[in-house]
Design a protein around this ligand. Sequence first.
Ligand code: PRX
Length: 648
Amino acid sequence: MSEKIFNPNPEFAKDAKINSMEQYWELQNRAIEDYEGFWKDFADEKIDWIEPYDNVLDESNAPFYKWFSNGKLNVSNQCIDRHLADKAEQNAIVFEGDKGDVQHITYGQLSERVNELSNLLKNKFGVKKGDRVVLYMPMIPEAAYAMLACTRIGAIHSIVFGGFSSEALRDRIEDAEAKIVITADGAFRKGKPYMLKNVVDDALDAGGDSIEAVLVVKRNNEEIKWVEGRDHSYNELIEAESTECPFEPMESEDPLFLLYTSGSTGKPKGVQHATAGYILWAQMTMEWVFDLRKDDVYWCTADIGWITGHTYIVYGPLAAGGTTVMFEGVPTYPDAGRAWKMVQDHNVTQFYTAPTAIRLLHKTGEDEPKKYDLSKLRVLGTVGEPIDPPAWKWYYEVVGNSKCAIVDTYWQTETGGHMISPLPGATPIKPACATFALPGIITEIIEEDGTPTPIGEKGFMCITRPWPSMIRTIWNDPNRFVKSYFGDCKKDGEAVYFTGDGAMIDEDGYITITGRTDDVINVSGHRMGTAEVEAAIKKHDSVAAVAVVGKPHEIKGEGIFAYIVLKDPSEASEDLKIAINKVIKKEIGAIALCDAMVFVPDVPKTRSGKIMRRILRSLAKGEEITQDTSTLEDPSIVEVIEKIVKEG
Ligand code: PRX
């Protein structure tokens, strides 16, 4: 890590919401001294309560914490209605399609669209408070309308990323017992139409029996299969709906949404977020970390299928009354200047993306940013994986013209919003370092028994106090919730939230995230569970056993490397590799495709049958094996695999 420190731009800091480390420490010390008082002040200031809450934090049933119990609010009111008095004409969403088509949607128009859809869901489909609605949508404004309509009527949305396969979609529909799917015929990517509705059809052909209706938005106008009685046209039905729909008063702890994410074992888990705490932190971090100001145009390039798209495309920016850009396409089409052209055309002031995208944009168009006017940019953000120093440097110097703060935001699906991040007007930044926990977030890097990890050494990244936007449970599986997050680390004898990440603290108190300590692979900033990928590969008839690990990848951060044991070793061929990847695509989706596969006679296991992935990770990287192999059932297998990997 470079030792150079980048102080906040004084011009920027002058008007920033948090503009000095003194102010940061004032806030953080207040949280440390009076945790509930700190959160109460912000909840009272930021949330439009319909009925007051009676308890800031209820820890009586830990780790099932409750925040702002018995208060009533509504997230679509927080994001739309309460802004209408002074922002009806302000753009809420600026949409740019893959082909360059642009829509400006004001808060007034957003209100109408969301109200209509709320009425449609309620009146035509009988969607009620607590019902689950699956969204399988492209990046079009209707996806945001659907999210907000669900929150308006108290339905719980579960968004399934459009890159997931029909099998993955069906699993998520079935786990949540969803009542309705909202989808689109498809959308456009790289100038061409692609399809989504057929994936929904396939998912429902073989299950998903709880689904009563499929609501289809028209986007690319391609021909689609239509199941009479089940499929309904959004574009036709919406015409008849009123643009007024009262919002449902929701309890603070009512579930707001589910979002499935991978863990180190088993199937993806339905991370359940609650209403008040989530929206409060989404709004506060939007204001603090992106320093959102009046007339700003903020662009986050994520997909709404991931938590970043939830919190920092829709809920955070809208709760904060900002203007959020939504983009259907990819930042390198039609050329490597597309993202920068959009920043110029829409006068973007904050740009938020993943290191994988930065590496790609750097590699494919090193000088492209210089061709566009990026002078409005003030804050650049990164998320999803550690950013490497060369990517950081290019982002800072070439994209930000050495003037913008870079906020390396560390957080997770489960945390709901940012946990550790620089504050752009306050924090002296060390490149590629997430820096400090945000005010109100109490983190510690500890050993399993709770002792602090010494400076400069890797320990477990824990969050030792509950926080408002934290995961409440795993849908239908409270035991797994406790085991997954509160099973590994203890502090003063109490289980504390363990993120699954390793981290280091330096002598100045700066935190650097060192990556997952479990069997989760981070592919292009997205979590892939090894167990999930292995389960998919095992569905191929020729496969007897498999172990997958992450291997460093120039653009994606990590790629997937699979060690496969065949039932009949003579079947090994390049065609078989292609066929196995096809199964992965069918079971999970293209994001889980393996970058490399090797056929091996066996995988290294301990005598108790546990796969030694650490050894496999080293072998995939071509490293010398320094680990102790004497506990293996068959230590000689390591040399055999090493030879196979070397020979490719
Ligand atoms: O390993 C950490 C990594 O991404 C994981 C969370 O993934 P997910 O729930 O899919 O959410 C991604 C978007 C918030 C974390 O456990 N991660 C996320 N942000 C960073 C990061 N690793 C290092 N630096 C970051 N800024």
